[in-house]
Design a protein around this ligand. Structure first.
Ligand SMILES: O=C(O)CCC(=O)C(=O)O
Ligand SMILES: [Fe+2]
Length: 325
């Protein structure tokens, strides 16, 4: 008999989604790693069946136990973030990393051991911010990341860097974004390893927000001549606005590339590890025109920057319900 995944895909191609679902459930219950992984990714996307991150976590766990594809990475990300409303299992994440064959975990464990974090991955002390402007509110945090954390994030981003794109509102096609010609690596929570997760929790603590308010962390790379033209980070038509922007400068072996606030004629360029936090909306929730800013063109070298947009309220990771099974 063909493999369960093959039979499930066949059923999907005939529009028999419920049959496909039953085939995969049955095979996953019998520890078939390919079926568990496939069903987990369906649970994750919510395209064919109901999105359910707790169930996705359980299924990726079955696939990970059998060293199937990248199941272990995704499973650990779900375990440490507690996505889907299940409790965060930080200690279990760390012990699975210690016992794993994956060589990359050794570097991550070294970085984690050097962090001042508790047994949930939260910072023991909150990084102190220094107010540098009041209209708009801008704060700096010197030495927010260590030199080795900066180097690690640059290396982590390199294989993932892609041209920044936007959706063409007329055609729906992806096109290069004329406002920024840099590249970006985006780390949604399923791609968040334990180091990035701990850093994201450090950002939440330092900005008096929750982890769930943070959009996926991006690492931006600007080569010589590249820039992010003047813009506001706020979104049109949203009930959950980008309240703050948090930037961390990851290197300094480049020239140019300051972050410039045109309306107040003020610019900033941090040393590696320095962070900048600024408000995007006023106390009524409206975009703050004085927060308009730009990443100036890089004159030589490559600028690497961590960028995180922080919403007013938690983002809904579960997505809309609506499918029957
Ligand atoms: O590159 C910079 O300095 C600014 C980045 C930025 O504006 C953003 O990430 O929203
Ligand atoms: Fe921005």
């Amino acid at each position: 008999m063909p493999a369960a995944t093959e039979r499930a895909f066949e059923a999907v191609s005939q529009g028999r989604i419920h049959d496909a679902f039953n085939i995969l459930c049955d095979a996953a219950d019998h520890n078939d790693p390919a079926a568990a992984y496939t069903l987990a990714s369906w649970r994750m996307s919510g395209d064919l069946i109901r999105r359910d991150l707790t169930e996705a976590q359980r299924l990726y766990g079955i696939a990970a136990k059998h060293q199937y594809k990248d199941a272990e990475h995704i499973f650990l990300a779900l375990l440490s973030t507690g996505a889907g409303g299940s409790p965060r299992r930080w200690n279990e994440t760390i012990s699975l990393m210690r016992n794993s064959q994956m060589p990359a975990y050794r570097d991550e464990l070294r970085l984690l051991a050097a962090m001042d974090i508790d047994d949930k991955g939260d910072p023991e002390t909150i990084a102190q911010r220094e107010a540098v402007r009041s209209e708009p509110n801008i704060w700096a945090i010197r030495g927010f990341l260590s030199a080795s954390e900066c180097r690690y994030l640059i290396d982590l981003s390199k294989p993932q860097l892609r041209d920044s794109v936007v959706v063409n509102p007329a055609t729906g096609a992806l096109m290069k974004d004329p406002i920024r010609n840099s590249r970006a690596a985006t780390f949604p929570f399923v791609r968040e390893n334990a180091v990035l997760h701990a850093i994201n929790r450090r950002i939440a603590a330092a900005t008096n927000s929750t982890y769930e308010q943070g959009e996926p962390t991006q690492i931006l790379a600007y080569d010589t001549g590249q820039e992010y033209k003047s813009h506001l980070d706020t979104l049109p038509n949203t009930a959950n606005q980008r309240k703050f922007t948090f930037l961390v400068y990851l290197n300094d072996d480049y020239s140019g590339g300051e972050t410039q606030f045109n309306a107040i004629q003020w610019s900033f360029k941090g040393k590696p590890g320095d962070a900048l936090l600024f408000q995007n909306i006023d106390h009524t929730g409206q975009p703050c025109p004085l927060s308009v800013h730009a990443g100036c063109p890089v004159q030589s070298g490559t600028k690497y920057l961590l960028s995180k947009w922080i919403r007013e309220r938690p983002l809904d990771l579960e997505g809309p319900p609506g499918r029957p099974f």
